[in-house]
Design a binder for this molecule. Structure first.
Ligand code: UD1
Length: 339
């Protein structure tokens, strides 16, 4: 299959490229490196031993997208490109709507011009807001509490509208829970700009000595140990789900959402303990007040993905911590470290 991947140089993008290339598909990547670096793609090339087309382009540039899609003629698109920091989205909502929502409109128009009717979209469990029930199924009511989440929700709704309007259109909407971990080679992983927002990269940077301590945001939640509970999923498992979703788009019509999670809740303290064990390092932490906008618990019912995509997460918490630690300890400054 010919697969066009937007945002392929990012954290989930690089790991998905490895799986898509490994499955034998032809790949063309579009990225503007706004939150990633060319070195990430170099490593994908070396690890996969495959070549792929690449264009530096911005999702806001419809003309460029149209040109690249008409040229490559993809059978399907995997769409990762977008901004993803919740706090930043509150401060600069227009940038979020322009990059994420307008960017996706541009992509969908370009797909139309190139006669491509299949898309795999990178959504998020954030579309469920503070959950009414656990584990969360795909039928849980949708809501969001910040511009980032609303941009994901608007895009999901556009995809559902398009599927209603065009019976040939297919969208696999993948709702990620909390992606963590790295490729087992230790060559690709998460490389956040500045101070990490997310728990796992923060723990990893503390373990490697780049930061002093982990701030535990809230230990008075209604959870077994009082700290926040999430459904962490290994990024390589997540990447494999994209290959399954690509196959699904080739034999289905309509827009369908799938939860991608393990189906198990892990607390902040459990994660710190597991990481300390996997890395053999001390992880100093201190208890801080709750982070605004955080919820107590969030974990998936991933059974639809297993039943309909034939996909199930396989890597456990130890594997998540070990691979993250390999990546972090071998690349303490991320991709920019000199070899
Ligand atoms: C966050 C985003 C979510 C986004 C997801 C992408 C917020 C409020 N939510 O989810 O919209 O889709 O990332 O990966 O930003 N924690 C600490 N100390 C830290 C960092 C986190 O204690 O330094 C805790 C949090 O309170 C939470 C858990 O760790 O209980 C996980 O946090 P995080 O990794 O940021 O993910 P989410 O908040 O679930």
């Amino acid at each position: 299959m010919r697969v066009l991947i937007t945002g392929g140089a990012g954290y989930i993008g690089t790991h998905t490229m490895l799986e898509v290339l490994g499955a034998g598909h032809e790949v063309c990547v579009i990225d503007n490196f706004c939150n990633s670096v060319p070195e990430a793609l170099e490593r994908v090339k070396a690890l996969s031993n495959r070549s792929f087309a690449f264009h530096k382009a911005d999702m806001r540039d419809r003309e460029a997208l149209t040109h690249h899609l008409q040229d490559f003629k993809p059978d399907a698109v995997i769409h990762f490109a977008g901004l993803k920091a919740v706090g930043e989205s509150v401060e600069m909502p227009l940038e979020y709507y322009e990059n994420n929502v307008q960017g996706t409109i541009n992509l969908l128009q370009a797909m139309k011009a190139a006669d491509c009717t299949s898309i795999v979209f990178s959504s998020s469990a954030t579309v469920y807001g503070n959950p009414d029930f656990l584990p969360i199924t795909e039928d849980h009511p949708l809501r969001s509490t910040n511009p980032y989440g609303r941009s994901k929700l608007h895009i999901e709704e556009m995809l559902r509208d398009l599927a209603t309007a065009n019976p040939d259109f297919t969208a696999a909407i993948l709702r990620y829970f909390n992606p963590v971990g790295a490729h087992e080679s230790g060559r690709t992983g998460e490389d956040p700009n500045g101070i990490p927002n997310n728990l796992m990269p923060m723990i990893a940077q503390v373990a490697v000595g780049r930061r002093e301590q982990v701030r535990v945001f809230g230990n008075d939640y209604d959870t077994p140990d009082g700290t926040g509970v999430r459904d962490y999923i290994h990024v390589v498992d997540l990447a494999k789900a994209h290959v399954a979703a690509l196959d699904w788009t080739q034999s289905h019509q309509g827009a369908r959402a799938f939860n991608l999670g393990v189906g198990q809740g892990v607390s902040v303290m459990e994660m710190i303990d597991a990481f300390a064990k996997a890395s053999g390092r001390d992880i100093p932490f201190r208890n801080d007040p709750r982070r605004e906008g955080d919820i107590a618990q969030c974990y998936a019912d991933p059974s639809r993905a297993e039943a309909e995509l034939g996909w199930k997460a396989a890597i456990d918490l130890t594997g998540m911590c070990e691979t993250c630690w390999r990546w972090q300890s071998e690349n303490p400054l991320g991709y920019n470290a000199k070899p």
